[in-house]
Design a protein around this ligand. Sequence first.
Ligand SMILES: [Fe+2]
Length: 473
Amino acid sequence: MSSSSPSAAGFESLERETDGESLDVEGTIPEWLSGRLLRTGPAKFEGGDDTYNHWFDGLAMLHRFGLRDGDVSYRNRFLQSGAFEDATAEERIVRSEFGTDPCRSIFGRIMSFFSQKPVDNGNVNVAAYGDAYVSMTETPFPIAFDPDTLKTLGPVPATENPDADMSTAHPFVDRDAGRAINVTLAFGRTSSYGVVERDFASGDRRLLREIETDDPSYLHSFGVTDEYVVLAGFPLVFDTMALLFRSGTFADALEWKPELGTRFWAVRRSDGELAGQWRGPARFGFHHVNAFEVDGELQVDVAAYDDATIVDDLYLDRLRSADTTGPPAGHLERFHLPLDGSSVDVSRCSDTRIELPRIDDRRATRDYRYVWGGGQRNPDNFIDQIVRIDIDSGDAETWHQPGCYPGEPVFVERPDAAGEADGVLLTVVLDAERDSSFLAVLDAESLDEVGRARVPHHIPFQFHGNFYPEETS
Ligand SMILES: [Fe+2]
């Protein structure tokens, strides 16, 4: 029997739902910091006696940190997805997830993945689609919830593209324009990506571009510049025949084919024209960081890996075990895509590893300087520090505390912020020694901690979330 890793609690179920309790604050939470931090992540790793296999599989829980006048409250609720309701009612895992296949027959698995039982376990990200707050996984079935009570409101009627099989959980949301862009993937003899745009007010969905491919990549996010949507097809690809006709999990149908290189497509946002295609060196990445155009080239920044072993590193038995080293974070790499069609160049922005990257969102689609994310001080550990990479110098600041494991840092700008990075970071940290979690508020420039609010229990590691300032009217 192997012993547990020090951060194993981050991958253990949290059953308790709490109802807006006030948290003890240490230090000072800035009074201007007023609004809600909404996050989602896997929080239940069992269905009856069945167990989920992969970190991506656990049943989604929504978390809400309410900040006002220096006080902090916390509330959490399981997302009442079909996956959650089925597992609860039948006391077993009913619907397929990324690395878990509950079905006894191939036919059953196909039904589970394609249309009959939508994969709707929104444990990856939250977004505000106009007035609707949604929780989403990597399928076109986002579920709306109330941002204050966290009550599940149900599937969003107009989905990203109901005909697609997958859809990223990293839509590009332009709240000012009232629109979101997302990329979908439909499997078939020939598969196709779809670049779709939704208008919140009308609910209209516009298919900007379809791109056919025989080797559909696992696509977790994409890049957006002022003019283009940039798809990076890393060579971790689906064997669609395996997906359709052989037993095994969704993850089992993925193949690493470095000979394909990384394929890029740039789709013009105004009219859907395919403005460029490139093939660069083989890499893998979950997360695009930012993209922008400068001097006749698109610069596309990704938290990149040399191969796709990270996907296997995230099986729960490995993450919980002390016998395996922590899954390494990626490196911030910049892909240079010349608009004249010449060859791709790639450069590494920093030697400091980073994952779950965030930026000052005011710099999205523009040249920028700072990226925050999780990193590793000790390579044996899961993410054990927050890093701030200065792209201009490659240097990094860090925040870390013994026995503490922080999650994605969300940047919030100060009112009337002077410039990029003028604000704070919000990150939910597992304090393993206390077996509880806290919300840390860090100065975004120095990474000095300014305050923390303690939750009386552990919160399993989440993937993503966003801060929504309190509307002032
Ligand atoms: Fe993600």
